[in-house]
Design a protein around this ligand. Structure first.
Ligand SMILES: Nc1ncnc2c1ncn2[C@@H]1O[C@H](COP(=O)(O)OP(=O)(O)OP(=O)(O)O)[C@@H](O)[C@H]1O
Ligand SMILES: O=P(O)(O)OC[C@H]1O[C@](O)(CO)[C@@H](O)[C@@H]1O
Length: 184
């Protein structure tokens, strides 16, 4: 199953939530696993803590709700004594998680102007985290700066993969197709 991640980047704008909602729903209808990246490119550069609880919660229906939609909407990223988004940047979302986002301005998944992503080391870290999470494709919602960043990231992808391979990061299981599968 293809795993697609979406991020919003640069200044926030009125249509971002609606765009994220429609991409999530479109992806699910096409049979993809849908993920969001919190805080734009900054969230890609940061290492994301894996949420194992997510995969064992029997009450959550497959592809409907992964439980973080409310947290994203709440904006505090943390419920008293419960779930948290702290330290989690690459987060799986389902149909119900993005319900009602159509009419919300701004971006509930957060945005940032990432200085780190402007540097090659930052983009290498972003690639590492995408591969570690098994993401196949990235959708970037932002202005000309964000799309320029995405274009640079895409063009550098083969050399970044080579660098990561040369560092013997064998646990990542970087396959030859990794050079082709990540598209913007
Ligand atoms: N040349 C670049 N190389 C790498 N990353 C870039 C580049 N330009 C922009 N980015 C990344 O995209 C982010 C957003 O870019 P920018 O601040 O220009 O906003 P924008 O997408 O043009 O939106 P807005 O219209 O709100 O300004 C930057 O913080 C940076 O992380
Ligand atoms: O449940 P959501 O994501 O808020 O979407 C509700 C909207 O989607 C539709 O069902 C189809 O676009 C609308 O009729 C409705 O307003």
């Amino acid at each position: 199953m293809m795993k697609i991640a979406i991020l919003t980047s640069g200044g926030d704008s009125a249509g971002m939530n609606a765009a994220v909602r429609s991409i999530v729903k479109w992806g699910i209808l096409k049979g993809c696993e849908m993920w969001i990246v919190r805080e734009g490119y900054e969230g890609l550069v940061e290492e994301s803590v894996k949420d194992t609880e997510l995969k064992t919660d029997k009450n959550l229906l497959h592809n409907l709700r992964f439980g973080d939609g409310e947290l994203l909407r709440d904006g505090t990223s943390e419920f008293m004594g419960g779930r948290t988004l702290k330290g989690r940047y690459i987060v799986r979302v389902g149909w119900d998680d993005v319900r009602g986002w159509f009419s919300e301005g701004g971006t509930l998944i957060g945005t940032a102007r990432s200085v780190a992503f402007r540097k090659p080391e930052g983009r290498r870290s972003a690639a590492f985290n995408l591969i570690k999470e098994g993401i196949d494709a990235l959708v970037v919602c932002g202005g000309d700066g964000s799309l320029t960043g995405a274009d640079i990231f895409r063009s550098e992808w083969p050399s970044i993969i080579k660098d990561l391979r040369d560092q013997s990061l064998s646990h990542l299981r970087i396959s030859p197709s990794s050079t082709q599968t990540l598209t913007d």
